[in-house]
Ligand binder design. Structure first.
Ligand code: GTP
Ligand code: ZN
Length: 358
């Protein structure tokens, strides 16, 4: 059943899940706009909406379908009619971010991405801390990270950079690209095999569109410079999930491009640090000078890079604040600041006393 959807990434897992819904038909969401979804089915593309029951039962923004989702619908509809989505199949990977204007709601940016291509340009965009954060974000999502170092024509010490990237990310999945040599993009195809869904993240201007255009073999997404017209980015295409002629699938949405790491868990990519922490003498060690602290020990011995450790701490702090509103963040920061003097209560008293003294 639905085997033509295999082309669009539906693997055994989803085909099996779909079989449980006898009366419904499998589809994949290829774009969305204000409650209307464009989906691809065996018969082709059509528009869809979620059912009333779905809306009643949806509790979080993330319960709604997102680009990349496999959904169960009541069937294909011809132009002018809309299909009805009844279910979202369990996601195998998911990219989230805080929903606009909401404290705790998470919005799905894209789902069921197999490979996330982390793009970083080898000019002043290159930043090892950011790369580390992107790695964390990828591992958390469930997608496999592959690093693309773009604009290799602009760098003179590629070997040093490659060494640094390898030692920090523990991965060999690194691709160097330059638009001065088209063949440098070939390696991307080795990852984007038929049925595999990829997405590209990285700062603006690193060359994501240049790569995607290359994969598409035509100018669907206009590269920067032409883009700042009044029509915005996605006027040239209505699809955010694109099937390449060589088989891979690419998800490219504004949300995907803007992904940060504020909400990412820290553990992935920092296993060595967490391992050290677990061995500190005190379970509540703050790694700021306690005896028997394995973290400090490693930093002093030079086996743990201080910069990496500080980046780990930074991500942890940011995670703590993710999902809190500004007032809560303020409170949390004060708590943090006054932890050493006995917490908020004392801090408040201290601030009051200080006020009185004025
Ligand atoms: N020197 C050099 N320039 C490149 C390379 N790849 C892309 N560029 C240029 O960099 C600029 C930005 O490229 P884009 O592909 O639009 O960057 P992007 O990451 O898609 O940017 P956003 O759409 O803003 O996210 C363009 O002027 C490209 O021509 C490269 O390998 N080397
Ligand atoms: Zn410690």
């Amino acid at each position: 059943m639905n085997n033509s959807l295999t082309k669009y990434g539906a693997d055994e897992r989803f085909l099996t899940l779909a079989k449980e819904y006898k009366d419904l038909k499998l589809a994949r969401v290829i774009s969305q706009y204000k409650g209307i979804y464009k989906i691809i089915m065996e018969e082709g593309e059509c528009l869809a909406k979620v059912s009333g029951k779905f809306m009643n039962e949806a509790y979080h923004a993330s319960d709604y379908p997102a680009v990349g989702d496999y959904v169960m619908t009541d069937g294909f509809r011809k132009k002018g009619e809309t299909s009805v989505i009844h279910r979202v199949l369990d996601r195998k990977s998911v990219f989230k971010r805080s929903a606009a204007g909401s404290k705790k709601e998470m919005q799905i940016v894209a789902s069921n991405v197999d490979i996330i291509f982390i793009c970083m340009a080898l000019n002043n965009d290159y930043n090892i801390n950011r790369l580390e954060r992107y790695m964390t974000l990828s591992w958390d999502s469930g997608a496999k990270p592959v690093i693309i170092l773009t604009k290799s024509d602009l760098s003179e010490n590629i070997d040093n950079i490659l060494n640094e990237v390898t030692s920090v990310t523990f991965t060999d999945d690194i691709i160097l690209t330059t638009n001065k040599d088209e063949s440098s993009y070939e390696k991307i195809y080795e990852y984007l095999k038929p049925g595999i869904t990829g997405a590209f993240i990285g700062s603006s201007g690193v060359g994501k569109s240049t790569i995607i255009n290359h994969l598409l073999g035509r100018e669907i997404i206009k590269t920067s410079g032409l883009r700042n017209d009044d029509k915005g980015r996605h006027t040239t295409t209505t699809r955010d999930l694109i099937l390449l002629k060589d088989g891979g699938i690419v998800i490219d949405t504004p949300g995907m491009r803007e992904l940060g790491t504020g909400f990412a868990e820290t553990s992935r990519g920092f296993e060595d640090i967490e391992e050290l922490i677990s061995k500190c003498k005190f379970s509540d060690c703050t790694h700021t000078g306690e005896p028997g602290c394995k973290v400090r020990e490693a930093i002093e011995k030079g086996t743990l890079d201080l910069r990496r450790y500080e980046n780990y701490e930074k991500i942890k702090r940011e995670n703590k604040y993710a999902g809190l509103n500004s007032k809560e963040i303020e409170k949390e920061k004060l708590n943090q600041m006054f932890k050493s003097v006995g917490g908020m209560k004392k801090a408040r008293k201290y601030l009051k006393d200080k006020d009185k003294r004025k």
